[in-house]
Design a protein around this ligand. Structure first.
Ligand SMILES: [Fe+2]
Ligand SMILES: [Fe+2]
Length: 398
């Protein structure tokens, strides 16, 4: 008979040892990099160690903060592959029709020196390709949201927060499918990610720091997306896109709530230096993202496709913005996209007098301060949820 007692003893010592090491790294992760955790619902573990995740004490230690948004998910279920919800065969003539009103997503067309160089068909091309560029960035953003929420499942310790993150991952996955199918139906394939957005997404998705992930994705990228979706919904002449945006927004409004719950439970408890860290992180990302949408360098390929030189476009645009009230008004409308995310940060008390000036250049901070904290597009999102509950109850098809 083989005596296993030595092996068993050895295994027990090894396990104990491993447990010690794991516990130590878990502590390090909680007290070190993720030190901004102020509510147990956002406790984090080191994503490189799985053992703390199967700690038997962990399962029962579940916050109910996210239960409402988790169970609401069935009400706004939709499937981008099911014609009951969306019919991607609906045609749209992208060569001869503006897919969105010209101006908002293609400011270049408001500049006479640029517009006068183009015939009607080229104008439509510049406008529609600019919008394809915006939608492509949205698609990359959706992939970022998918990967980020999946990564939250590896970091968040609370089973309720984890269930919420898994649920968001599932919803972001259908957004990726939905936008991929839309871009395929209208243009074949998306544009590559702009350098700024690519860098921002890389930064927040690969970070292990919970506040960087949540502020970056749930508050900034989601806020930016809600603004862009609301604006595109208002301006598009394509009914298929309108429906897609409405469904996506009905999911996004819940993601926005997750960020808000985090902020409500975290920001008031931060020390001055911790608050500064969060505020600086938000400001850095905001400035970075702002350039992604207005920097003509990122649309070089598109200008070339209609015979325009990007340096000429840039010179003309800046000169016109300086002089023209019309463009300033257009910019103000475009800034509505940023307005949503600035409002999110302001209402979450992330912006203080330290960084207020950065945002005040683009939006009227006083006006925002006096508004209630409903997110832009909430009405559209509610309409989407109502429409989806009818379809899901089998009473109607899209
Ligand atoms: Fe999304
Ligand atoms: Fe989202």
């Amino acid at each position: 008979m083989v005596d296993n007692s030595r092996n068993i003893r050895f295994a027990k010592v090894a396990l104990k040892d491993q447990g010690f090491k794991v516990k130590k790294s878990w502590q390090m992760s909680r007290n070190g990099k993720n030190a901004l955790t102020k509510d147990p619902a956002y406790n984090a573990v080191n994503p490189n160690h799985f053992i703390p995740m199967i700690d038997e004490e962990r399962y029962g230690d579940r916050s109910d903060a996210f239960d409402k948004i988790i169970s609401a998910t069935h009400k706004h279920f939709w499937d981008p592959n099911d014609k009951k919800y969306l019919d991607y065969d609906q045609p749209f003539d992208t060569e001869n029709e503006h897919i969105v009103d010209p101006g908002i997503f293609c400011l270049e067309l408001s500049v006479p020196n640029i517009a006068n160089k183009l015939d009607e068909k080229q104008k439509i091309k510049l406008n529609n390709e600019s919008f394809r560029f915006v939608l492509s960035q949205i698609l990359h953003g959706e992939q970022g949201a998918l990967s980020l929420s999946a990564s939250l499942c590896h970091v968040l310790k609370d089973p309720g927060a984890q269930e919420y993150a898994a649920n968001q991952t599932r919803e972001e996955a259908r957004h990726v499918t939905g936008f991929t199918k839309y871009i395929q139906a209208r243009w074949g394939k998306p544009y590559k990610v702009g350098p700024t957005l690519g860098r921002v997404l890389e930064n927040i998705v690969s970070s292990d720091v919970v506040y960087k992930k949540i502020v970056g994705m749930q508050m900034l990228i989601e806020g930016l997306a809600m603004g862009a979706f609301a604006m595109a919904h208002e301006d598009t002449r394509d009914p298929l896109l309108q429906t897609l945006l409405k469904y996506v927004m009905s999911d996004e409004a819940f993601h926005h709530k997750f960020g808000k719950i985090w902020a409500d439970r975290t920001i008031p408890k931060l020390s001055k230096s911790e608050h500064n860290k969060v505020e600086d992180w938000a400001e850095t990302l905001f400035v970075d993202l702002l350039f992604n949408l207005i920097n003509p360098w990122e649309k070089k390929e598109i200008y070339q496709s209609v015979g325009l030189d990007h340096k000429f476009v840039m010179k003309e645009m800046f000169a016109y913005i300086d002089e023209s009230e019309v463009v300033k008004q257009e910019m103000k409308k475009t800034n509505n996209i940023f307005r949503v995310l600035v409002k999110t940060l302001l209402k979450a008390h992330i912006i203080t007098d330290r960084t207020k000036a950065t945002y005040a250049e683009f939006v009227d901070m006083e006006e925002l301060n006096n508004e209630d904290d409903t997110v832009a597009g909430q009405e559209l999102a509610d309409e989407g949820v109502r429409r989806l509950s009818i379809i899901n109850a089998g009473k109607k098809v899209a």
